[in-house]
Design a protein around this ligand. Structure first.
Ligand SMILES: Cc1cc2nc3c(=O)[nH]c(=O)nc-3n(C[C@H](O)[C@H](O)[C@H](O)COP(=O)(O)O)c2cc1C
Length: 223
């Protein structure tokens, strides 16, 4: 058998259609709040070997009103929200500091699941960013000092020079401090959707919405 031509591989990629089935998500199975439900599904994604199960695609709004997305890694989740770390002066950092509105999706395709978070992202406490930065490998700490994330640079060589400069600067330092422009954001959700693929596109969609008193209500959406 010969390999499929690139054209037919492309054709297949555009036509692929899996009928999701086996699993379901019932109201009766749902945890009492979105954090408990999320952590249960995240643990399952890790156990079932989803690649980078903590990766989420994060959408923000640029100052000109245009949407912008990218992948970041979830580094903490508890009743306060979903935390990730980045450069506050990056495109996403500037966007969020000007407009905290945010949405993120955890795309667990191999499980036929996605979780979509809607809310606001605010910087985490400086102590939390310090603790997380201190626990990073030295190379990652030097990289944080070497990269003005999202800014243009003349060449790869110029970037590597910035790394050498930062490395030299901290050569004798017992520990590398956190750059002030680097730290965490916590997404405080007001709405979290749990999506489970079902057969014939009749998927389960259960959405938690936070009420004024902090309680969560659940509703089912049509697929
Ligand atoms: C799997 C994966 C994980 C990533 N994790 C992070 C992260 O945790 N923080 C981060 O700042 N960038 C992360 N990135 C890089 C971002 O996607 C993005 O390129 C960078 O943050 C700049 O985005 P911006 O210009 O929109 O601000 C990750 C990329 C990938 C593919």
């Amino acid at each position: 058998m010969t390999d499929p031509s690139p054209d037919s591989a492309l054709e297949n990629a555009l036509r692929t259609h899996t009928d999701y089935g086996v699993e379901k998500l019932d109201e009766a199975d749902l945890a009492g709040d979105p954090f408990a439900q999320f952590t249960a599904w995240l643990a399952e994604a890790a156990e079932r070997e989803v690649y980078e199960p903590n990766a989420m695609v994060l959408g923000t709004i640029d100052p000109d009103g245009a949407p912008s997305i990218r992948t970041v890694l979830l580094r903490g989740v508890d009743d306060r929200g979903f935390a990730f770390y980045t450069d506050y002066t990056s495109r996403k950092g500037r966007a969020l500091l000007a407009n905290p509105a945010v949405s993120a999706v955890f795309p667990w395709y191999t499980l036929h699941r996605q979780v979509i978070v809607f809310g606001e992202a605010h910087p985490v406490e400086a102590d939390d960013s310090d603790a997380y930065f201190a626990a990073r490998p030295r190379g990652a700490q030097v990289a944080a000092w070497s990269s003005d994330q999202s800014q243009a640079i003349a060449s790869r060589d110029a970037l590597e020079q910035k790394v050498r400069d930062a490395d030299a600067r901290f050569a004798d330092a017992p520990e590398i401090p956190r750059p002030e422009r680097w730290g965490g954001f916590r997404i405080v959700p007001r709405r979290v959707e749990f999506w489970q693929g079902r057969t014939s596109r009749l998927h389960d969609r259960l959405v938690f919405t936070r009420q004024g008193d902090g309680a969560w209500t659940v509703e089912r959406l049509q697929p």
